[in-house]
Design a protein around this ligand. Structure first.
Ligand SMILES: Cc1cc2nc3c(=O)[nH]c(=O)nc-3n(C[C@H](O)[C@H](O)[C@H](O)COP(=O)(O)OP(=O)(O)OC[C@H]3O[C@@H](n4cnc5c(N)ncnc54)[C@H](O)[C@@H]3O)c2cc1C
Length: 368
C-alpha cells in the first residue's frame, strides 16, 4: 500500500497552505474556523477558485474532482484557522443533498449561489425538546394549496441570523411511527413569519440562534425528496457531517502554538505531545478512509467520536501548557471554553457510541 501523496496533491496542498495563510492574515485566525470564521468575502474567493463544490459532479456545476482533493484543501484551511464558515454547510451537505434528492428546478435555483460563495445556508434540525432523538421533532410544515405553512421552533441553528436559506427538517405528518412523516424543505430566511434570535455562548460566539416559525409560508416546490420520507435523507446528510477532516483539525493551530511553548524537557509533557500527535495521525487515517469510502457503513460515528474527543484533549492540553495565562481572555481560553462543543455538535459521543454498537456492530438494544 502506498501512503505517499502524488506530486499534484503535494502542489495542491502547498497552494491551499498559501491561500490559508493569506486568508488568516486578512480576516484573522479562528478556532474551529468552519464554525466560527464567518466571512462572505472569503466565501466568494473560495467560489472564484473553484474550491466550493469541487467534488460535486460537473453536470451540476461542480469541479468533479476526487474527494481526497477536498480533504487536502479542507485540512489546510481549517488547521490554519481560515474563515470558511459562510460556505461550509453548503459545500459539505446542502449541495450534495440537493444533488442527490432535489429536483432539477431546485438544483438550477440553489446550486449556482452555493458554488459562487454567494449564499449561506443554515441547518434547522435541533429543537428545544428534540436533539439526539431527532425523530421526535415537532416543527410542522402542513400543506395548504401550493404552499407549506410552517410552525414551530428550532434551536442551536448556527448562522440562522446570517443565512439566506434554512435547510429545514420538519414534520409533514404525525401519523405512524415518529421517524415517518419527516420532510426536508428549503426555507428562504426572508420569509415573513420567521423570527431569529441569536444566542451568545460562553465563548462570546453568536452563531447559535433560536428560530421561531409562525405561519411561515414556503412554496411546496421547495420540498426536497419525497414528502414524509426524509428521515433516511437526513441520516445520509449526517454521514456527510461526521466523517470529515473538519472534525479533526479545528484546534491544530492552538496545538502547534502549545507545542512550541511547552517545556519539552519534561518527560510527561513529551509523552503527552506524542500521544496527541499519534491521535492526529490515527484520526487522519480514519478520515481518509471515510473520504475514500473505504470505511464500513455507519463507521463515520466512530470516526466522529474519536476525532472530536481528540479535539477536546487538545484544547485541554493547550490550556495546561499556557497555565494561568489561559485564564486570561485569549485564543487559548476561547479554545478551552469551546472544547465541550466538539463532542456535542453533529451528534454527541454517547449517540455515536449507540450508533456504533447498535447499527454497526448489531448489538442488542436496551428495551425502552
Ligand atoms: C457548536 C454547535 C453547533 C451546532 N449547530 C447546529 C445547527 O447548525 N443546527 C442544528 O440543528 N443543531 C445544531 N447543534 C445542536 C446539536 O446538534 C445538538 O446539541 C445535539 O444533537 C445534541 O442534542 P441536545 O443538545 O438536544 O442534547 P440531548 O439530546 O438532550 O442530550 C443531552 C445528553 O443526553 C445524552 N443522551 C441523549 N440521548 C441519549 C441516548 N439515547 N443514549 C445515551 N445518551 C443519550 C446526550 O449524549 C447528552 O449528553 C449544534 C451544537 C453545537 C454544540
Amino acid at each position: 500500500m502506498d501512503f505517499s501523496w502524488t506530486p499534484e496533491q503535494v502542489e495542491l496542498r502547498e497552494q491551499a497552505r498559501a491561500v490559508a495563510a493569506s486568508a488568516v492574515e486578512e480576516y484573522g485566525r479562528h478556532n474551529d474556523s468552519w464554525m466560527n470564521g464567518y466571512s462572505k468575502e472569503f466565501a466568494r474567493e473560495m467560489g472564484e477558485m473553484g474550491w466550493i463544490g469541487m467534488t460535486w459532479p460537473q453536470e451540476y456545476g461542480g469541479g468533479g474532482q476526487p474527494p481526497i482533493n477536498r480533504l487536502i484543501i479542507g485540512e489546510e484551511l481549517i488547521a490554519a484557522g481560515a474563515p470558511i464558515a459562510a460556505m461550509w454547510f453548503a459545500d459539505r451537505q446542502m449541495g450534495p443533498s440537493l444533488i442527490a434528492y432535489g429536483t432539477a428546478d431546485q438544483q438550477a435555483e440553489f446550486l449556482p449561489g452555493m458554488l459562487a460563495g454567494e449564499t449561506t445556508w443554515c441547518i434547522g434540525m435541533s429543537e428545544p425538546n428534540s436533539g439526539s432523538d431527532l425523530a421526535s421533532l415537532t416543527t410542522s410544515a402542513l400543506r395548504d394549496g401550493d404552499d407549506y405553512v410552517i410552525n414551530g421552533q428550532k434551536i442551536w441553528t448556527s448562522f440562522a441570523a446570517d443565512a439566506d436559506y434554512c435547510y429545514l427538517i420538519c414534520r409533514t405528518s404525525s401519523d405512524g411511527p415518529p421517524h415517518r412523516g419527516i420532510s426536508e424543505v428549503v426555507v428562504p430566511m426572508q420569509t415573513p413569519g420567521i423570527e431569529v434570535r441569536p444566542i451568545k455562548d460562553m465563548t462570546t460566539n453568536r452563531h447559535f440562534c433560536e428560530v421561531f416559525f409562525t405561519d411561515a409560508r414556503v412554496p411546496a416546490a421547495n420540498l426536497v425528496g419525497v414528502e414524509g420520507s426524509a428521515f433516511k435523507q437526513t441520516m445520509v446528510q449526517l454521514e456527510h457531517e461526521r466523517g470529515g477532516i473538519d472534525r479533526l483539525v479545528s484546534n491544530k493551530a492552538l496545538f502547534d502554538m502549545a507545542v512550541a511553548r511547552a517545556d519539552r524537557s519534561d518527560a510527561l509533557i513529551r509523552q503527552e505531545i506524542a500521544d496527541l500527535e499519534i491521535g492526529y495521525r490515527l484520526g487522519r487515517i480514519l478520515v481518509t478512509r471515510e473520504v475514500l469510502r473505504q470505511a464500513p457503513a455507519g463507521f463515520s460515528a466512530a470516526t466522529k467520536c474519536f476525532c472530536t474527543e481528540h479535539e477536546v484533549r487538545v484544547a485541554e492540553f493547550v490550556a495546561r501548557v499556557f497555565g494561568a495565562e489561559a485564564t486570561l481572555w485569549s485564543d487559548v481560553m476561547h479554545g478551552y471554553c469551546y472544547g465541550p462543543g466538539y463532542t456535542i455538535m453533529g451528534g454527541t459521543s454517547n449517540i455515536m457510541r449507540n450508533i456504533l454498537g447498535e447499527r454497526v456492530r448489531g448489538l442488542p438494544r436496551e428495551p425502552r
